[in-house]
Design a protein around this ligand. Structure first.
Ligand code: FAD
Length: 434
């Protein structure tokens, strides 16, 4: 079987891979030194677009419009860019075996890829209801969203089921963004999730109350405190009903499941140190195996700001960790050193006309400020998280770029506060005056 050798191989062709390629080009590589091997059929793109403009009926985003690095205001890297730089994009190629001892990867078709330095950027996969044996979960039109192929299936289903009924299982990022996207496409939308409020891992009850109210005003029905336990389908095998644990039955033409992800580390099991479900790295994204780096969703890395180690499944970290790893690789080759990764957690989401940003850590007491009425014509509100007398996290809906920068600065500098009441009264101005 064919064998190819590269100085650097990136396995996975998503967000982190694209930003790593740009950094390699910036630092200087020779043609033929770098290969990206990806299961997907397209060059790296900004994954968050799939749950947003990709699904909109108007102003629809399509490739090549959202290849990396447009999401962070950078140059759009088209397939030609990789060619010009002599970077080999090996697409539609799934690696099924990795042998870190002999520094080789093997594809489904049996091709062997050798490397000197490997960057693992395999990202996450979705958790499927079929994984838990949920009855009828393999029916047609029960859909998930991770890759562009999934998004295309969703677009087809939206077209085929015009004005139909959609049930969204899960109240996290995917649930909230997809409910909005389907509603904009004129489907009748019901969300179902077991928690007392949406996005419970980040939102407080106060934050969630705004979004739940806003969604209800858009005509989205929200059913909380129960889960989908089974599905029935019609004679074509297409989903027809969702059975809930509380006994209710919902009609559905499309079901979208967004119940979380799992980092794709299985290729390396037993060959590399893992922690908190991811591949353990140092502050340069080096792993326990020499010459092997891990970036993006799969990496469990030291979070310097909080003196612990974490895994982060967000696009900003995917971009920055990839750049850090490439800088570290290059510095190492030149006998130089770089600073350790010092990440400030940053998450965001957009749906309808809403847009929020969060920076820092969501621990400790919380303070809600601003206008969080779901019927407000211009809602702008936020929350601070306070721990040991310091503001450690900040959330803002409807902020301007300057205001978002201000809350980021608060989260980074962790300013002390006198008491929670003053902070509540000062609200956003506490951040903007710092
Ligand atoms: P990915 O971008 O997932 O890339 C992994 C790549 O590896 C994929 O191309 C995959 O096919 C490939 N791969 C995996 N296994 C193999 C293999 N064995 N062989 C070959 N190739 C393989 N984050 C935010 O902060 N804000 C958002 O608004 C937001 N929206 C999102 C919307 C959606 C629909 C999704 C799915 C995610 C969203 N995220 C968002 C999360 C963000 O996109 C991810 O954190 C980010 O893409 C992680 O980058 P990555 O490079 O680690 O993984």
């Amino acid at each position: 079987m064919a064998e190819k050798s590269f100085k650097y191989v990136i396995v996975g062709g998503g967000v982190a891979a694209g930003y790593a390629a740009r950094e390699f080009a910036k630092q200087g590589i020779n043609p033929g030194e770098l290969a990206i091997i990806s299961k997907e059929a397209v060059a790296p793109y900004e994954r968050p677009a799939l749950s947003k403009a990709y699904l909109f009926p108007e102003g629809t985003a399509r490739l090549p419009g959202f290849h990396v690095c447009v999401g962070s205001g950078g140059e759009r890297l088209l397939p030609e860019w990789y060619k010009e730089k002599g970077i080999e994009l090996i697409l539609s190629t799934q690696i099924v075996k990795a042998d870190l001892g002999s520094k080789s990867l093997i594809s489904e078709a049996g091709e062997v890829f050798k490397y000197n330095i490997l960057i693992i950027a395999t990202g996450s996969t979705v958790i499927r209801l079929t994984d838990f044996g949920v009855e009828g979960a393999d029916a047609k039109n029960i859909l998930y969203l991770r890759e562009i192929d999934d998004a295309d299936k969703l677009v087809d289903a939206i077209k085929a089921k015009k004005n139909g009924k959609a049930v969204i299982v899960g109240g996290g990022y995917i649930g909230l963004e997809l409910s909005a996207a389907l509603r904009i496409n004129n489907l009748e939308v019901t969300m179902v999730y077991p928690e007392p409020w949406c996005m419970p891992r980040l939102f407080t009850a106060g934050i969630a109350a705004f979004y739940e109210g806003y969604y209800a005003n858009k005509g989205i029905e929200i059913i909380k405190g129960t889960v989908a336990v089974g599905f029935t389908s019609d004679s074509n095998g297409e989903v027809k009903e969702v059975k809930l644990k509380d006994g209710r039955v919902l009609e559905a033409d499309i079901v979208i499941v967004g119940v979380g992800g799992r980092p794709l580390t299985s290729l390396f099991k037993g060959q590399i140190a893992e922690e908190k479900g991811g591949i353990k790295t140092d502050g340069f994204f080096g792993t326990s195996v020499p010459d092997v780096y891990a970036v993006g969703d799969v990496a469990t890395f030291p979070m310097k700001l909080y003196n612990d180690i974490r895994r982060v499944e967000h696009v900003d970290h995917a971009r920055k960790s990839a750049e850090q790893a490439v800088k570290a690789i290059k510095a190492n080759e030149e006998g130089k050193t770089i600073d350790e990764y010092d990440y400030l957690p940053y998450f965001y989401s957009r749906a309808f006309n809403l847009s929020w940003q969060f920076y820092g850590d969501n621990v400790g007491d919380t303070v809600l400020f601003g206008d969080n009425s779901p019927t407000s014509p211009k809602p702008k509100f936020g929350t601070y998280w306070v721990q040991d007398g310091k503001v450690v996290g900040a959330f803002l809906e409807g902020g301007s770029p300057e205001e978002n920068q201000a809350i980021a600065k608060v989260a980074r500098t962790k300013p002390p506060i006198e008491n929670l009441d003053t902070l509540t009264k000062e609200g956003l101005s506490f951040a903007t005056k710092i």
